[in-house]
Write a protein that binds this ligand. Structure first.
Ligand code: NAD
Length: 526
């Protein structure tokens, strides 16, 4: 196998570079221009960036070998994730690299507010000695309200305990169990606003969280409450914050992030009861080192054929889920590949039903992606993988629906694939019993291992028809390895699935379909 090549386009920690050098040829060019990058990217399997280098659509379209774009940090604003997804290129980041760093910044801001450290610092540097002006508060026994208990929120909880604070959390997407594990009470948002002495925000900016802290919230807060935002600008309504701070509806605020950055001209900057930092929540040497190590490790895993953990454009599986779904991945691809080759006409709609134990398994989306990969790969020139399969299917107007049911025809799990084409409907069902199996084709029960070259014929179950098909294939030197037939009733419609030793040419298929009582025939490779 050719040596993998990685380009590191922004400066990252040395250890990340040396880790990569153990498995790949590495080019470090941290001053590469956009024009140069477009020219050289064709040779690389992976690119590592921080925020300087933009991985644009143009870069991606000139990168036939690129498998992974790694952002040694959190935000991926500088990567065209949509273009990468369309090309089946994985985009990874290192979100956990900054969790401790941001949590520590939060604690720093909390202390700065409660002990008025930054304004006291300013005052002393101005030659003043205003001891009585800077009377502070202890954090001990104060109630800390945390909005969002993900990676950073959880680290804040842990640190707040060391300060003797009582933490409570609002996060509608975590269970009470998760709260219990961390020893915090999960409460509603109103309780956070009303009862907290300090409120800290650790949610992403979404349509739901935009201005989640606005006039109504400030009205509910204690007059002495402090609010901290180290998450994203726009979560706090800054106009409402200005009023709350100037009308002493709250005790103070600390912002690392702003609605507009830098917050040039913001009236907030003129207030004494606010502490501000220039979006440096993630800026520590340790966070940058960890980001480099994490993305280097992701690239190494992918090069070794393993899977990356922080893939932004594909569902990420934990090992338990992966183990549960793994047997069905191969089946899913075979079913997709089978249906696209067997169903007459162009597939317009696809319905996948996950039955039995699969019905309640999480992340089945990965199986649907694999089915799509199976459907699209035999018919497209461009490489289709689990990442780009949904966007290619969408581009081609394929309507996809997923369903589930507990009943599974006596098997532990089955996958039912029902497609609508411009020539009619087609159904195939499969399961996994020691190996992938197709168990039903339209209305006929079969027991077929989906691999190798297959020949499928639909015919009337009348004496001599099976023999005639076999003889016709024999006339053209096509050897039959195994045969399966499925029928619903004697003399009715039936399906024959043959494993053959070579592809059945189109003219032979035509000859077979001309035989009496044969309705349809197709050859495929799985
Ligand atoms: P995370 O994804 O691990 O956690 C986010 C949490 O927010 C999740 O538990 C989620 O359930 C919760 N959440 C989502 N919507 C919510 C809602 N409407 N109400 C309440 N909870 C909700 O993210 P993280 O790594 O902890 O990062 C948190 C924030 O910090 C993000 O906005 C991130 O961009 C920001 N961040 C800022 C800096 C900085 O430099 N200041 C650095 C890193 C991260």
């Amino acid at each position: 196998m050719d040596q993998m090549k990685v380009i590191i386009a922004d400066s990252i920690n040395e250890k990340g570079i040396s880790d990569l050098e153990e498995v790949a040829e590495v080019l470090v060019d941290t001053s590469i221009t956009p024009e140069e990058l477009v020219k050289v990217i064709k040779d690389f399997d992976a690119i590592v960036v921080r925020s300087r280098t933009k991985v644009t659509r143009e870069v991606i379209e000139n990168a036939p070998k690129l498998k992974i774009i790694a952002r040694a940090g959190v935000g991926v604003d500088n990567v065209d994730v949509e273009a990468a997804t369309e090309k089946g290129i994985m985009v990874v980041n290192a979100p956990e690299s900054t969790s401790i760093t941001v949590a520590e910044q939060t604690m720093g801001l909390m202390l700065s507010l409660s002990r008025k450290i930054s304004i006291a610092d300013k005052s002393v540097k101005e030659g003043k000695w205003e001891k009585s002006r800077f009377m502070g508060l202890e954090l001990k026994n104060k109630t800390l309200g945390i909005i969002g208990m993900g990676r950073i929120g959880s680290q804040v909880v842990i640190r707040s305990k060391a300060f003797g604070m009582d933490a409570m959390v609002y996060d509608p997407y975590i269970s009470e169990e998760v709260g219990k594990d961390l020893g915090v009470e999960v409460v509603d948002l109103e309780t956070i606003f009303k009862e907290s002495d300090v409120i800290t925000i650790h949610v992403p900016l979404t349509s739901e969280t935009k201005h989640i802290v606005s006039t109504d919230a400030f009205e509910m807060m204690k007059d002495s409450a402090f609010i901290i935002n180290c998450a994203r600008g726009g979560i706090i309504d800054e106009d409402a914050l200005y009023i709350a701070l100037t009308e002493n509806k709250i005790g103070g605020a600390a912002l690392d992030v702003f609605e507009k950055e830098p917050p040039e001209g913001s009236p907030l900057l003129g207030l004494d009861n606010i502490v501000v930092t220039p979006h440096i929540g993630a800026s520590t040497a340790e966070a940058q080192r960890d980001a480099a190590l994490i993305v280097a490790n992701e690239i190494i895993e992918v090069f070794k054929g393993g899977s990356a953990r922080n893939v932004l454009n594909m569902p990420v599986l934990d090992s338990k889920t992966y183990t549960g779904l793994k047997p069905y991945l191969n089946l899913a691809e075979k079913l997709g590949s089978f249906v696209v080759q067997a169903a007459p006409g162009n597939i317009q709609e696809l319905n996948v039903t996950y039955c039995g134990e699969l019905a309640d398994m999480p992340k089945k989306d990965i199986l649907t992606r694999t089915i799509l990969q199976g459907i699209l790969n035999p018919i497209l020139n461009e490489p289709v993988n689990m990442i780009n399969a949904p966007s290619i299917a969408k581009r081609r107007g394929l309507v996809i629906t997923e369903g589930k049911r507990s009943e599974s025809e006596g098997y532990r799990c089955i996958i039912v694939l029902h497609v609508k084409t411009d020539a009619g409907d087609y159904l195939v069902e499969g399961t996994y019993v020691d190996e992938p199996k197709i168990i039903k084709i339209n209305n006929y029960w079969v027991d077929v291992k989906p691999e190798g070259t297959m020949f499928i014929a639909k015919y009337q179950d009348l004496p001599g028809t099976i023999g005639a098909i076999g003889t016709k294939l024999g006339e053209y030197g096509i050897n039959i390895a195994t045969m399966q037939v499925g029928r619903q009733e004697v003399g009715g419609e039936a399906v024959m699935v043959l494993k053959v030793d070579q592809t059945v040419p189109e003219d032979v298929i035509k000859e077979v379909t001309k035989l009496e009582h044969v309705e349809d025939a197709v050859s495929m490779y799985l």
